[in-house]
Design a protein around this ligand. Sequence first.
Ligand code: HEM
Length: 490
Amino acid sequence: MDATTTQSGAPVASDSESLTVGPDGATVLHDRYLLEKLAQFHRERIPERVVHAKGGGAHGEFVVTGDVSEYTCAAVFQPGTVTPTLQRFSSVAGEQGSPDTWRDVRGFSVRFYTTDGNYDIVGNNTPVFFIRDAMKFPDFIHSQKRLPGSGLRDADMQWDFWTLSPESAHQVLYLMGDRGLPRSWREMNGFGSHTFQWTSESGERSWVKYHFVTNQGDHALDAAEAELIAGADADHYRRDLHESIARGDFPSWDLKVQVMPFETAKTYRFNPFDVTKVWPHADFPLIPVGTHTLNRNPENFFAEIEQAAFSPGNTVRGVGISPDKMLMARVFAYPDSQRYRVGANFAEVPVNSPRVTTHSYSQDGAARARFAPASLPVYAPNSFGGPVAVPESGLDSRWESDGELMRAAASLHSEDSDFGQAGTLYRDVLTVDSRDRLHATLRGQRALLTVPGIVERFDAYWTSVDADLGAAVSGQTGPGQSRPAALSAM
Ligand code: HEM
């Protein structure tokens, strides 16, 4: 058996008794092992993620089965390529210990350890988002978290923000419907949500949206079931994923993309970079890319999942971002949060290290462990053989942009209504059953509201999505009066 040692390697005399003056006397300050044990313990926690704090994840691989090489030269998407991956699932609003089955949007982050560096898709189980401008993100999250006085979550605060932000209607409809309560992380789809840019070997650019389609079937919990599970097992999703992988039942998702020609974006009937909108499948059908399978549990949850630092800014040659105001801000937000949460050298944590050698002029900082050879210069440009940037690396997304500096709420596209796609989702996609569950959930939410003005806006918000929906949730029609589901889906 190994001896217990101090952090500096010396064997210690006791695992359980402090050094004291006699059996009942004072504890001495020079018991260096006691001091070290307590001091290390006090520093075990790092700040939880400011959003998406509760989660879980696993390692896997991505195999390309389709051929999208006419659209992207990204190594990870070339036919037959196999790439190691890391995935983290999460809830958005709850803290680290919060129950997995509280109603929420679920995070869906995938890292590809490609031969050109790490590529991260940091999405959700919904294809859209609540807001379209990053300026609103902290306010939106504050409204979802807790009141400063009581420390309680609050329906008035949530619905106040949502009903004052009509662009949220599409995503709130998803959230209050079945997507808000997946049966497990394995049984939900994932979406990149934003529009991204792909570039082919010949330099041709396209716009793409990512869809991860679950091979386990898309299943939801009903609200009563979710509430019971929340009480019985707060870690229900985390446990389900871990146990499934441990028994060799590996969950998988087929990755598909919608592709929009570069020029089409300029004249499309709504802003294709608006993350509150989906692209109709009739205009942009799904194209298969490959299959993502999770097949290995983390050996150390803290090291591999808690310290994982995903970022929409981690792109590689052939893939990039788009002029989506939210996405551009996210490029800054993630590494900024991770420098605070994990430390300035978060990229050195093994799970964050790319599987390629890095050559960077960044150096030092707290707990830096890797250093460039001393023979290399520490500045660029230099005449001593240091690494040199490659202008044709293809890392930067490209689009033309012109106009005055302004703060604009609306875009120039003709059909940019806040409620249109939400109405289509309600009328043409949801089944009768799921509409009934939605009505019950919304009636329950309405009953929690205590401020008359917010109740009025709540009714108006849902009436703007669909007059029948408004009537059903405001109590003007009874349950079971929903219209039959149409067949077309977006
Ligand atoms: C401007 C808007 C947004 C801002 C400022 C923002 C900011 C953040 C921050 C700071 C984190 C914590 C990162 C960390 O410490 O590791 C985070 C996590 C996350 N965000 Fe966002 N976010 C935004 C919008 C979105 C959108 C639109 C999506 C999905 C489409 C999304 C999905 C996620 C996910 C999945 C995580 C968890 C990542 C993980 O698994 O570690 N966020 N966000």
